[in-house]
Design a protein around this ligand. Structure first.
Ligand code: SF4
Ligand code: SF4
Length: 276
């Protein structure tokens, strides 16, 4: 099979955007496809200026300076037709011919386009990262993209310390954005790797094993995945990961975990001192 495209031989091309994107099951924008379709349209126009190139879109999202490509495509005669998600374009094969029918919302009637090339801008879909997510204790959202610790303050970190992210595993993005994110992730990793030792907070949880019954509430609820089941089936805190948030202390019905420096006795002593 020959996968190369001879743009000079294309007389009529139709690109259909948002194929599987921005629908109830997959509501996100795949971000790169509008630009790719416009670039391919320009490529065809460059080699065959008399060709008819039509892009069927719902919203053109040529991000940032890629808007210039969109402007260039308009200037070179690429035709943009908007379609509605409830009235998707229909592709039919009749003998050797391919026909695309779409309702033009400006003209208010169906357009039928004969095409010898069709480009489908299909959705970028996240892989099933469940194993990786469980191994590194890092969260994924319902669309199977990894979730950063904070979109603005910690955009390449996970809530789990020492694990960083970059690229398409996060969400669909163009290559230069993925590279910038990878550089940021490397910088963050170097801040850890360049140290001989690390100073951690002393305010961490400790579990009193004689009170723990191994019910698992704490390791399920800990937002930093800092508690695991030990070989006796009891809770065990990873001191390097614990952030001292106290969630496990508040959630344990056996009263087994305590926060160093904030044990029940410490807090009661402070309250007593305040009122004495
Ligand atoms: S919630 Fe309490 S009893 Fe249950 S596993 Fe954790 S420390 Fe043990
Ligand atoms: S104090 Fe917070 S971070 Fe530490 S083990 Fe308990 S729930 Fe996890």
């Amino acid at each position: 099979m020959n996968n190369t495209l001879d743009p000079a031989g294309v007389n009529s091309a139709v690109f259909i955007q948002c194929v599987g994107s921005r629908e109830p099951d997959r509501p996100y924008c795949s971000k790169v496809c509008c630009t790719h379709s416009v670039e391919t349209a320009l490529h065809i126009k460059k080699h065959n200026p008399s060709s008819q190139v039509v892009i069927l879109y719902r919203d053109m999202r040529t991000f940032g300076e890629r808007e210039l490509l969109y402007k260039q495509a308009r200037e070179q005669g690429v035709i943009f037709v908007r379609y509605d998600v409830d009235q998707k374009p229909r592709v039919e094969v009749e003998g050797d011919a391919i026909k695309v029918t779409v309702k033009d919302h400006v003209l208010g009637f169906d357009l039928t386009i004969d095409a010898d090339l069709i480009g489908l801008a299909t959705a970028i879909v996240g892989h099933d990262h469940t194993d990786l997510s469980q191994m590194f204790k890092i969260p994924i959202d319902h669309d199977r993209w990894f979730l950063e610790a904070h979109q603005k303050l910690r955009p390449v970190d996970f809530a789990t310390d020492g694990v960083f992210m970059a690229g398409l595993a996060h969400y669909p993005k163009p290559i230069e954005e993925a590279i910038a994110q990878a550089q940021a992730a490397v910088s963050r990793a170097v801040t850890v790797l360049s140290r001989q030792s690390m100073t951690l907070s002393g305010t961490i949880a400790v579990v009193e094993p004689t009170r723990c019954v191994g019910c698992g509430v704490c390791w399920t609820i800990c937002p930093y995945k800092a508690i695991d089941r030990n070989d006796k089936g009891l809770a065990q805190v990873n001191e390097a990961l614990c952030k001292g948030c106290g969630t496990c202390v508040a959630s344990c019905r056996s009263g087994a975990p305590d926060l160093k420096g904030f044990t029940s006795q410490d807090v009661m002593a402070q309250v007593t001192a305040m009122y004495s």
